[in-house]
Write a protein that binds this ligand. Structure first.
Ligand SMILES: [Zn+2]
Ligand SMILES: [Zn+2]
Length: 384
């Protein structure tokens, strides 16, 4: 990795020593400036002991000049991540529709009728479904996705799933610690989510977003999901990276990093300001920008909530997206700031991760053998 220098020699072409992610210079003039500012801002001299330890670990990173193929890598990564996500969505949609048609006798407009029923359920009132419906939907998805994980964390049952734990030395979760997390999460959901959903509903109404009308075509939904993912990646990566700024880290983001071995609900265990900036605005912005149908918004919010829950759950289960990257962020602090990994590739904030055992394990597990057995810790090194 990184040893082979490929791509265009921009230094030769431009006479400027562009480094790493600054390849964007030809495309977006602002990004090199922003990147250099960030690199300066994020110097770790004033950081806490954990981050200083991390700084030592980073001495093994290659110097910036051999990171020249990062733009190409990040584009490949974007295509790969978005492409594989699309395949999963298309396959899931086709198989759910097929099962509904086969066993429930549903007709071709199955999804439209489900949405019409939901609209009816909220009294055919735009504000009711737009605010109350959205809150119930998002909180329902979040707590349902986490219920099983919380039982597993506290009881260790069903025990055969414990072999999928990423950080094996953490033991069972004390109930008191779970309760602390639940209280913070409920606080954020009540005091941030509710006002945020009300304001977003007002903005989406002004933007002319559909609620009652026909559902968009599946192709359009897929296109919008790609845009939402990219908007979220950009907003989350930069807001998250700024929150790691040494001067503000301890006031805001340290709260989220209390969990060096995260669990599902800690995806929104955060300072309220961080919850707004990094957890609510990045996924909420896409539907607002695109003027999306509320139903598309609901689908996207559910995907985003389930995906962040998986990223924090602490288990690398078969057939689910790998949570190794964000788990590694909680372990090491200054790696893997993004969601998709595209901007981490671009800015080189995945260098240490890519040299770790966790990176080898960062795969979609298709069998029942845990990745920790497929790629065991090296006996000569401390576990990463
Ligand atoms: Zn996290
Ligand atoms: Zn962080």
């Amino acid at each position: 990795m990184g040893e082979v220098i490929t791509g265009v020699d921009w230094q030769g072409v431009t006479g400027v020593d562009w480094q790493g992610g600054d390849y964007w210079c030809g495309l977006m003039g602002w990004l090199p400036v922003w990147n250099v500012r960030l690199e300066k801002m994020l110097e770790t001299k004033n950081m806490s002991s954990e981050e200083l330890q991390q700084e030592e670990d980073d001495q093994t990173q290659p110097p910036p000049k051999i990171r020249k193929n990062q733009l190409v890598d990040s584009i490949y990564k974007a295509l790969f991540v978005v492409g594989s996500g699309l395949l999963v969505i298309i396959a899931a949609r086709n198989s759910i529709t097929w099962h509904c048609q086969r066993f429930w006798g549903a007709s071709g407009d199955f999804w439209q009728r489900q949405w019409d029923k939901a609209y009816l359920l909220f009294g055919e009132n735009d504000a009711m479904i737009g605010i109350l419906g959205t809150l119930l939907w998002t909180m329902g998805v979040f707590w349902l996705a986490n219920l099983f994980l919380m039982v597993l964390d506290v009881t260790g049952q069903p025990s055969f799933l414990m072999k999928y734990k990423i950080q094996r030395n953490t033991g069972l979760l004390p109930l008191s610690k779970l309760w602390t997390a639940v209280r913070v999460v409920l606080f954020n959901q009540i005091f941030i989510n509710i006002p945020f959903v009300i304001i977003t509903f007002i903005l989406m109404s002004k933007r002319g977003c559909d609620i009652k009308g026909d559902l968009p075509t599946f192709q359009w939904v897929v296109f919008e999901l790609i845009i939402f993912s990219l908007v979220e990646e950009i907003c989350f990566y930069y807001s998250h990276r700024c929150l790691h700024h040494p001067r503000i880290y301890k006031y805001i983001h340290k709260c989220h990093h209390e969990w060096t071995s995260p669990i599902g609900i800690t995806s929104i265990y955060a300072h309220p300001l961080e919850h707004l900036l990094s957890n609510m605005i990045p996924p909420g912005l896409g539907p607002l920008l695109m003027g999306s149908h509320l139903a598309t918004g609901w689908m996207w919010f559910a995907l985003a909530l389930v995906s962040t829950t998986i990223a924090h759950c602490g288990y690398h289960f078969p057939l689910l997206p790998s949570p190794e990257a964000h788990d590694f962020h909680h372990l090491k602090f200054n790696q893997n700031y993004g969601v998709l990994g595209v901007l981490d590739r671009l800015h080189g904030t995945d260098m240490l991760f890519r040299k770790s055992r966790a990176y080898q394990r960062h795969i979609l597990l298709t069998g029942l053998t845990p990745v920790s057995q497929q790629f065991p810790d090296s006996p000569s090194k401390k576990p990463q």
